[in-house]
Design a protein around this ligand. Structure first.
Ligand SMILES: C[S@@+](CC[C@H](N)C(=O)[O-])C[C@H]1O[C@@H](n2cnc3c(N)ncnc32)[C@H](O)[C@@H]1O
Length: 302
């Protein structure tokens, strides 16, 4: 059994209920840190090309971002794939509804086109293969081995192509950098506290390798300066040969080939139905879609 399986983890401040303005400041700080310390680049390099490889003229590529926070990382990844000619439909999922609300607010008046869902990463309210890819950024270090294995299993269950994870790599140097650099950058109390705790609780590459030894790993590598990326294929992963082929191989997918050019509202409705069907999940689901017309809130009957 992996030595980190039972390690107790300390909760980050952002894992608790913060006043709205503090959560907003913390997520905006995190976006800045992701940008300045090359976190965006790590996620982009891990996923953008892979998304672009799934591009098809008749439908957008579906991406689920777990622990999405503000949604900034998923937005940047989608933008990078867009520059390669790939339309990406992003669903951002987070346990804290407040973070989704902040993310929507930070996206500004025009919005970012993302659908936002409040649920837990270890019990995803989606059908098998509902997305092309699933991704998480800075979520892995929140959990021990068993939880991460459960989350990876959910990510793989819900994706047709694969699951990508990007997170911090534990190192002394990273801790010193955060201590020295964050105050200079004007990073606030919450992000400073959580940043240091995150580095201490993060995983080394060797620990991740041991944890995923049984999985079909496509990529596990360092990402400069302080991150690693992991890409795991799904159980029945069959890389796309032609767009029509994927629709037929995955009749229950969001991307059924028989539905050319689904509109944003069609996609929203499909995912909303999927959530409603998964109402047995003992969790509260808040749905904040980008269009006010597509906004749905559903509560499990339990
Ligand atoms: C450090 S933030 C990272 C946010 C974003 N991915 C980024 O890189 O900027 C971690 C996020 O994961 C969310 N989170 C923590 N545990 C979760 C869980 N079990 N299910 C879904 N989201 C979770 C937190 O609410 C928080 O928004």
């Amino acid at each position: 059994m992996h030595k980190r399986v039972d390690r107790p983890l300390f909760p980050e401040l952002m894992d608790g209920a913060l006043p709205y303005l503090e959560a907003r400041r913390a997520l905006a700080d995190l976006d800045r840190v992701n940008r300045l310390l090359l976190g965006v680049g790590a996620a982009r390099r891990t996923l953008a090309r892979r998304l672009a490889a799934e591009a098809a003229p008749e439908r957008p590529v579906a991406l689920l971002d777990l622990g999405t926070g503000s949604g900034f990382i998923a937005r940047e990844v989608a933008r990078a794939a867009g520059r390669m000619g790939c339309r990406v439909r992003v669903v951002g999922l987070d346990r804290r509804l407040a973070h989704l609300v902040v993310g929507r607010a930070l996206a500004g008046r025009a919005g970012d086109g993302q659908l936002r869902v409040a649920a837990s990463a270890d019990a995803l309210p989606f059908r098998d293969g509902a997305f092309d890819w699933t991704v998480s950024n800075l979520l892995f270090h929140h959990f021990g081995g068993l939880s991460n294995q459960a989350i990876l299993a959910e990510m793989r269950r819900c994706s047709r192509r694969g699951a990508a994870v990007v997170d911090l790599r534990r190192s002394r140097l990273a801790g010193w950098m955060i201590r020295g650099l964050f105050p200079l950058l004007g990073i606030g109390r919450v992000a400073r506290h959580d940043g240091l705790l995150s580095i201490r609780q993060s995983w080394t590459l060797a620990e991740v390798r041991e944890l995923v030894a049984e999985l079909p790993v496509e990529e596990l590598r360092r990402r400069f300066p302080f991150r690693w990326s992991l890409v795991v294929a799904t159980a029945n992963c069959r890389p796309r040969q032609s767009s029509a082929g994927v629709g037929r191989d995955h009749p229950r997918s969001l991307a059924a080939g028989s539905r050319p050019k689904p509109s944003a509202s069609t996609t929203a409705a499909t995912i909303a139905r999927s959530i409603a069907r998964a109402a047995s999940t003992p969790t509260w689901l808040g749905w904040a879609a980008t269009s006010p017309r597509a906004r749905v809130t559903t509560r499990s009957p339990s």
